[in-house]
Design a protein. Structure first.
Ligand code: BG6
Length: 491
């Protein structure tokens, strides 16, 4: 069952207390507890672990465990579940009644936590509570040099609020104790992107202008806003997806080779990319960005409501559920190469991919019906996990006609091993003290510095988002954005 033959205990020999604020919330039920269960089941969680879930409700041990049975089990697939390890996992769980805002101090938590433990605090609450939580943890003496804190997004709504969070948390935790989570950095295929780029020498000489003519990063979701309108309507796709997940993907595509996999070596390179992103002026915003909002349509053969008809969405909301934009990384390597980013909810299907489009051959020697087609490297991130290289080949026959064919590396069949979910991998990184796949403070702030003028510009321009029918690939303006430069979205 265990994936490792070495001891899973912590190097410092301390037992582990994982303390989840918002421990009865949606993320804890859907992602964190299933991830911790899976880590336990596969032997990657220290044997000494205890998981303390905080919440405001009254639970006895029995009613708490019944709640977990009811709300967590459904998020663990049948193939990954076994009754014996589940029973063992339940033994690790402890419920701590704690109303973060009302409690004068955290003595209830101090009583439940072990005095000699390595404490990991997972803040899965509204960010407005981060300051209070950290202040009270420190005042109760729960923050020592071993403690770590994990900050769940959204980390602010703009640069100013992100700085405030960083300052407040930073008063009690050193930067090396802070884990800002972006779950995209925990995805197997996203981590594989680093290996693709820096573990293979054939790509590096090609990985630059003018060999590369454009880069597309597209994260399409089939789901709508669901029950999250309360949060989402104040955020929109730019804050929810682009400022974090898409920019992190862009960083990995665009960064220079780091000198090691050391957290700071990698994060230094990503920071340079973020700082090299060209800032948008008002005229650029009108020309190079497209906001969209879904209206009713058909998704997966079912009629689905438009965004404005979703529960808790104000009738006159102009929040975007779709963004497409053209960005530039102003470095020697990427001079004049457009990076097209796109993300949206209620799109035709779930599909995230990165497409590197190479320059056309300088001289058209062979005939191709409909004109030359560029070579493309297509990195499928989800749900498919694949790397495809589209090349031109000769069509069989007496002529010299070309046709596009793909070299296809299907990563799911190439590697049969179990793939841990992003949250599982990242939680284990936290436990082991590995910061490489977490955002550093300066990275987060640089990402907001780039995003803020776009969001402000949209406000100044006062434009409504373009409508697009649910179940499509977004508004036509997003297609025009690429067509103008002679490109098209890769579907
Ligand atoms: C989250 C966003 O960070 O990522 C959600 O808040 C979004 O709105 C989700 O649905 C997408 O994650 P994934 O892993 O399903 O691509």
């Amino acid at each position: 069952m265990s994936e490792t033959t070495t001891s899973t205990e912590l190097d410092n020999g301390l037992p582990l207390d994982m303390i989840i604020f918002g421990g009865m919330g949606d993320l804890a039920m859907r992602k964190l507890l299933p991830a911790l269960y899976s880590a336990f089941q596969h032997g990657t969680l220290p044997g000494s672990t205890r998981i303390l879930s905080t919440g405001r409700q009254d639970y006895t041990r029995d009613t708490y465990l019944a709640h977990i049975e009811e709300h967590v089990r459904g998020f663990i697939s049948k193939d990954n579940f076994d009754a014996r390890s589940w029973d063992g996992f339940l033994q690790l769980l402890v419920y701590v009644k704690l109303d973060v805002q009302a409690a004068p101090d955290f003595s209830a938590l101090a009583k439940a936590a072990r005095a000699d433990a390595q404490r990991v605090f997972y803040l899965s609450t509204a960010p407005s509570l981060f300051t209070t939580i950290c202040d009270k943890l420190a005042a109760t003496g729960l923050v020592d040099e071993h403690a770590r804190v994990v900050l769940e997004k959204p980390l602010g709504t703009d640069l100013e609020s992100a700085i405030a969070i960083n300052e407040d948390v930073g008063r009690h935790f050193a930067e090396s104790q802070i884990y800002r989570i972006d779950h995209y950095l925990g995805k197997e295929t996203v981590q594989n992107l680093m290996v693709l780029r820096f573990g293979n020498s054939i790509l590096e000489p090609l990985w630059r202008a003018p060999n590369i003519s454009s880069v597309q990063i597209s994260v399409a979701e089939e789901v709508g806003v669901g029950s999250r309108a309360g949060f989402y309507d104040g955020a929109g796709a730019m804050r929810d997806m682009v400022q974090n997940h898409l920019l992190q993907l862009l960083c990995i595509v665009a960064m220079e080779p780091p000198t090691s996999l050391n957290a700071d070596a990698v994060r230094d390179e990503k920071l340079k990319v973020l700082r090299s992103l060209r800032r948008f002026k008002l005229a650029d915003i009108a020309r190079d960005t497209v906001r969209g909002q879904y209206v009713r349509g058909v998704s997966g053969n079912q009629a689905v409501p438009g965004y404005l008809e979703e529960k808790n969405v104000p009738q006159d909301s102009s929040t975007e559920t779709f963004v497409a934009l053209r960005a530039f990384v102003d470095t020697w390597r990427w001079s004049k190469v457009p990076f097209y980013l796109r993300t949206g909810k209620r799109m035709q299907r779930r599909s995230s991919r990165i497409v590197i489009e190479f320059a056309n051959p300088p001289f058209p020697l062979f005939h191709q019906q409909g004109g030359a087609v560029a070579n493309r490297l297509v990195i499928e991130l989800q749900p498919e996990e694949a790397i495809k290289l589209q090349l031109m080949a000769k069509q069989p026959g007496s002529g010299m006609e070309m046709q596009q064919v793909a070299l296809n590396l299907d990563l799911q069949s190439a590697f049969q091993q179990r793939r841990a979910e992003a949250y599982e991998r990242l939680l284990i990184d936290v436990v082991r003290g590995r910061l490489t796949h977490f955002m550093r403070r300066d990275e987060l702030e640089a990402a907001w510095e780039w995003a803020d003028p776009i969001i402000d510009g949209w406000q100044q321009l006062g434009e409504k988002p373009h409508p697009y029918a649910a179940g499509t690939w977004g508004p036509s303006e997003a297609f025009a954005l690429l067509a103008r430069d002679g490109f098209s979205w890769f579907e």
